[in-house]
Design a binder for this molecule. Structure first.
Ligand code: KIV
Ligand code: ZN
Length: 527
């Protein structure tokens, strides 16, 4: 037995209860159909969550069908459905779940004075009897019953203890403490969990369910775990009502990266599946991830400042606390921008096969900094161009725009005719398009014979007024070579054509440079 096996034998398991498909789906604007929910559920099973809340079956026929489909098809995790305390709700919930390998019914009712008075219009005694009724009915159907006193963090302690004790007496096996409105503060929430553990007798797992209204959902969940909770309720990408729920990937990685702070706790999550799960949820919910999102954001392993880049290139752990591959992300990315240093610049050139040293490197680096001040990020082709231009290589002649004629308007198909020349030869083409810009770019593609896909297009105006200059930047991808081009004109169609041609010329020059570049030794690829 290895040391890891031994540790895992004695470790206590933290139950990862994923509620992406229930609380996550309650986020404004999200509506998943049964097929989409099933796709996410299957990925969550691959990720290794222990329990998955598939929905609130009584909410609608569609929701019932989705929970039922997941219960029928999913292998692995416990499938859970949410229910109010009414008997009709509990029975309907069971009906949806009954074909699951393992089913859990999650019964909830509000317990805070404000919810009882304004929403439920019930007295505390009535709420207590609802708890007994709903939980007992759930326990007749399944032996895995969870109970939640909604708005627990704004519920007077004595009443909450009474409610929780009644739930355990009636058959609850998990007591979930929801911070429904994200009001808790980590040490206070931790104390609440310890208090419940100490004061409510019985055999149950205690759980956290934290919302992010103050940005503390993950911190509160971790405080709960430290205080004795052994289940955390989380959502992929932290989606959920209002500001969302505790993010699954953040809680899981906090436990994985800082075992010293959570001695003896482990999850079953296959962390390498995190990025893929996050992308799937983002795609199906339409909720885009912010670039700097912890763990799964596209910048989570990207380094731009010179000092950081130098450190990471020398030793990854200088500025990274986890490996990108461990969460399914691509490895450390060095992003070249105005904060980048010489080291990263030289390294990026080497990756392109350009070994530049000494004064040549100084000159190219100075030019790079100049350009980086004006452009957010520099592409591979930009780097090649800097090196070639700065070190005096003779540039391959590019295409020149000789003429452009476009026809548009509200009737008829937009059409463009272009004439370009290169090395004294003329090339002409005519094309239709979806609009005048599209027609001009298509004609340009035919005339130059450079096959490239337009991957980005941005137009802005340089100054105000009707004579403003249109400033167009296009991005092209030509067989994997990504280039950009810029064109400026008082006519945006002409500016677009010029930008397109500038990008095409970069492709032409980049290809021509495949041989020797003056002052630069091109390194042969290794075996
Ligand atoms: O936030 C909340 O209180 C809930 C309950 C239904 C657990 O989502
Ligand atoms: Zn919630």
């Amino acid at each position: 037995m290895t040391a890891t096996d031994e540790r895992q034998e004695t470790d206590e398991k933290v139950v990862i209860f994923d509620t992406t498909l229930r609380d996550g789906e309650q986020a404004p604007g999200i509506s998943l159909d049964a097929g989409e929910k099933l796709e996410i559920a299957e990925q969550l099973a691959r990720l290794g969550v222990d329990c998955l809340e598939a929905g609130f079956p009584v909410a609608s026929a569609g929701e019932f069908e989705a929970v039922q489909a997941i219960a029928r098809r999913l292998e692995g995790p416990v499938v859970c459905g949410l229910s109010r305390t009414q008997l009709r709700d509990v029975d309907r919930c069971y009906e949806a779940l009954k074909e699951a390998e393992r089913a859990r019914i999650h019964v909830f009712i509000s317990t805070s004075p404000t919810h009882m008075e304004h929403m439920l219009k019930m007295t505390p005694d009535q709420v207590l009897s609802e708890v007994r009724q709903g939980v007992s009915r759930a326990a007749e159907h399944v032996d895995d019953v969870e109970f939640s006193p909604q708005d627990a963090t704004r519920t007077p302690l004595e009443f909450m203890l009474e409610v929780l004790a009644a739930a355990v007496d009636s058959g609850a096996t998990t007591l979930n403490i929801p911070d429904t409105v994200g009001y808790g503060i980590p040490w206070e929430f931790g104390d609440l969990i310890s208090y419940v553990r100490a004061e409510v007798p019985g055999d149950y797992v205690i759980s956290t369910h934290c919302h992010d209204d103050l940005g503390l959902a993950v911190a509160n969940s971790l405080a709960g775990l430290r205080a004795g909770a052994r289940q955390v309720e989380v959502c992929v990408n932290g989606i959920g009502e209002r500001a969302g729920n505790a993010a699954l990937e953040e809680v899981v990685m906090a436990l994985a990266v800082r075992p010293d702070q959570f001695p003896g706790l482990r999850t079953r999550v296959r962390t390498e599946e995190l990025a893929k799960t996050s992308r799937l949820v983002s795609r199906l919910t339409g909720y885009q991830l912010q670039w700097n999102k912890a763990v799964v954001g596209r910048n989570a392993f990207a380094h731009e400042s010179g000092i950081h880049q130098h450190g990471v290139l020398a030793e990854r752990s200088t500025y990274e606390i986890m490996e990108a591959a461990a969460v399914g992300q691509v490895g450390s990315q060095i992003v070249l921008g105005k904060h980048s240093g010489r080291h990263a610049f030289a390294e990026s050139l080497e990756k392109l096969g350009l070994v530049v040293r000494g004064a040549a490197l100084d000159a190219a680096f100075a030019r790079f900094k100049e350009l980086a001040d004006r452009k957010v990020q520099l592409t591979d082709a930009d780097l090649e161009a800097i090196v070639a231009e700065e070190l005096g290589s003779s540039l391959e002649a590019g295409f020149v725009l000789e003429s452009l004629e476009v026809r548009g308007g509200t009737t008829g198909v937009p059409r463009a005719a272009v004439v370009v020349s290169r090395d004294g030869r003329r090339f002409e083409a005519t094309s239709d398009g979806d609009g005048m810009i599209d027609a001009a770019c298509r004609a340009m593609k035919q005339a130059t014979g450079i096959n490239a896909e337009l991957t980005g297009f941005n137009v802005s105006s340089v100054t105000g007024g009707i004579d403003a200059l249109g400033d167009v930047v296009v991005q092209l991808d030509s067989a994997g070579l990504k280039v950009s081009g810029r064109g400026v004109s008082t006519d945006v169609v002409e500016a677009s054509a010029r930008a397109y041609l500038a990008a095409v010329n970069r492709v032409v020059r980049s290809r021509a440079r495949r041989g020797e570049v003056a002052g630069v030794r091109r390194r042969e690829p290794g075996p």
